[in-house]
Design a protein around this ligand. Structure first.
Ligand SMILES: Nc1ncnc2c1ncn2[C@@H]1O[C@H](COP(=O)(O)OP(=O)(O)OP(=O)(O)O)[C@@H](O)[C@H]1O
Length: 209
């Protein structure tokens, strides 16, 4: 998977969030998108996911030498972020079975994934009754263990305790081969192992490059 940003810009109303962003992301690498609160990390990741349209510039994707149109990129990605909700009315088992009707898991069954997420005791519990840390582990488990060449993680350790953070690091590292991973963060333990760092503030219109 390759993602190329050419002179990319995004604005809301009259406010440019980032502009003149040229960058290339390549499979096999982990990238950290860094910046303070409100600097535009989520906006960039949402634009890469195809959820938001850029205001100017080009976004292009290719996978295994084939060009992927932006409207098809959702088929190739998995995504965990605080603002992406899970279906609260399902039990854990139901939500995983529902998910696998649309997306394949990475050579792991639903019961095995529940074990890996260390949520065995909650397999029949409704997601609405999960603690915030359990919900985050579910979101991360689904994103990391979905068969997708592009993995987008925004603020991945939100609501996780130290055990949850260790779990995130262990499972991300076990599942990073050949994927393109982009992490939006401003907490070093979430991204300290990244191969490349993109500072979104370098692309603020007022910033000097
Ligand atoms: N739908 C929207 N309409 C108008 N402005 C928006 C909208 N979404 C985000 N913004 C603005 O865009 C800027 C960047 O927000 P964004 O959520 O991308 O930042 P962030 O770096 O991810 O922040 P955080 O670390 O707090 O999550 C902020 O000034 C925010 O107010």
């Amino acid at each position: 998977m390759q993602v190329k940003l050419s002179a990319l810009g995004k604005r809301y109303n009259f406010e440019w969030i980032f502009r003149n962003l040229d960058y290339e992301f390549s499979a096999g690498n982990i990238y950290a998108v860094l910046g303070h609160n409100g600097s535009g990390k989520s906006t960039l990741i949402n634009t890469i996911s195809g959820f938001l349209l850029p205001s100017e510039g080009q976004l292009s994707f290719s996978h295994q030498n084939a060009t992927i149109p932006v409207e098809e990129i959702y088929r190739y990605l998995s995504y965990a972020a605080p603002y992406l909700e899970t279906v609260e009315e399902f039990t854990l088992t139901e939500i995983l079975e529902f998910h696998t009707r649309f997306k394949q898991l990475r050579q792991i069954s639903v019961p095995e994934l529940i074990d890996r997420m260390r949520l065995q005791k909650s397999r029949d519990k409704y997601v609405k009754d999960f603690s915030s840390g359990m919900k985050q582990r579910l979101k991360l488990g689904l994103a990391i263990y979905t068969e997708a060449p592009l993995l987008l993680l925004d603020e991945p350790t939100t609501n996780l305790d130290q055990e949850g953070i260790d779990w995130y690091l262990e499972h991300l590292h076990q599942n990073k081969q050949d994927r393109l991973i982009i992490i939006g963060s401003n907490i070093s333990h979430e991204y300290s192992f990244a191969d490349e760092r993109l500072h979104i503030t370098d692309y603020h219109p007022v910033a000097k490059k």
